[in-house]
Design a protein around this ligand. Sequence first.
Ligand code: HEC
Length: 124
Amino acid sequence: MPRQMGSSPDPTFVDLDSEAIAMRKPSSPTTIIVLMSGLLLGGLLSPAASAEDPAPCSAKSFKIAKVKAACEDGGQPAAKNLMKAAVKKAKEAGESMTCKSCHSELKTYALTGDDPVGKLEKWL
Ligand code: HEC
């Protein structure tokens, strides 16, 4: 069946390709297991890794000392926790507040609205 001639026409290439795939098939369960254990290991290891090395805050300078301290201690996750606590306090006091009240979007945490720094400081 394999026609290995110097200048093979396109259909031959297709034939060879599908044979190569067929030949790889028997070994593919092993490949999948290897891949999956790799993923599993990665999944198991990454939380530990990120706990030690959290994503840093993107801001280079800070206006609020507490935010700065949180960023220095625990990066963005720590800053988020601080924010969440502030939002919770504000809500408990009856003020409607979400992350989006002060951040136009939650990727860069770009500030938006009227005096977000002043508003946040009130609840820290
Ligand atoms: C009342 C306004 C306000 C609200 C509500 C708020 N933030 Fe913030 N956030 C700020 C301000 C102001 C800063 C920058 C502080 C500074 O410059 O010292 C900041 C900074 C951050 C940062 C650090 C960004 C970086 O990488 O430099 C993160 C992360 C963050 N906020 C997450 C959140 C999340 C998550 C929520 C919702 C639970 C939230 N914020 C709600 C005002 C707010």
